[in-house]
Design a protein around this ligand. Structure first.
Ligand code: ADP
Length: 178
């Protein structure tokens, strides 16, 4: 803490916070795209530790299983020593509490992301004082979402350059099975 920062300005619950800045990048990652990777890599450059957490959502139909999504994420993020891949279900704030995580990092692609993300961020802060840090999307990927990638690939469109090569292969195989 800087010498001139009076600890008295910190809220009571902030005083005990661990000083390791461990953050989480949550999402479905069905599958991971280059837009996700851009945010993940930038977060790993700014924070001490980054946990990429795959949401286990049994009610939502996914193309890849949680194990497959975790596996793909591991394969494409191996170069970051301060990054790990995990999974969670239920409330993100509970995952944060269980893992000593003080903040969520989200990418903002467009104004349309903002309203929902602001609501989630405010609720997470209200529930558990978990902060949300927004990173603006790389303009090269601001139009990109996993669902759009799947839709284009399903109709034979070219999604190379939008997902890592390993994911490209997995996508082709999975869609060929449909
Ligand atoms: P999506 O299907 O929209 O890609 P995810 O739940 O997998 O959804 O995304 C998780 C989070 O990753 C999003 O909330 C958003 O913060 C971020 N994200 C997704 N795609 C991009 C992108 N192209 N650029 C920046 N951030 C992104």
């Amino acid at each position: 803490m800087p010498a001139d920062l009076d600890p008295g300005v910190l809220a009571e619950e902030q005083k005990g916070w661990e000083r390791v800045q461990r953050v989480v990048c949550p999402g479905s990652f069905d599958p991971v795209t280059n837009g996700h990777l851009d945010i993940i890599a930038r977060a790993a450059g700014v924070y001490d530790e980054v946990v990429v957490a795959v949401l286990i959502n049994v009610t939502k139909k996914s193309l890849f299983t949680v194990d497959e999504r975790v596996d793909m994420l591991q394969q494409v993020t191996g170069q970051y020593a301060n990054l790990s891949i995990d999974r969670f279900h239920g409330l993100l704030v509970d995952f944060c509490a269980a893992n000593g995580i003080s903040a969520v990092v989200k990418g903002l692609r467009a104004v349309s992301d903002f309203e929902y993300e602001m609501q989630m961020a405010q609720m997470n802060y209200r529930m558990a004082k978990v902060e949300t840090m927004f990173m603006v999307a790389n303009p090269d990927y601001s139009f990109l979402s996993s669902s759009l990638v799947k839709e284009i690939a399903r109709y034979g469109g070219d999604v190379s350059g939008l997902v890592p090569d390993r994911v490209l292969g997995a996508l082709r195989e999975r869609l060929a099975e449909e």
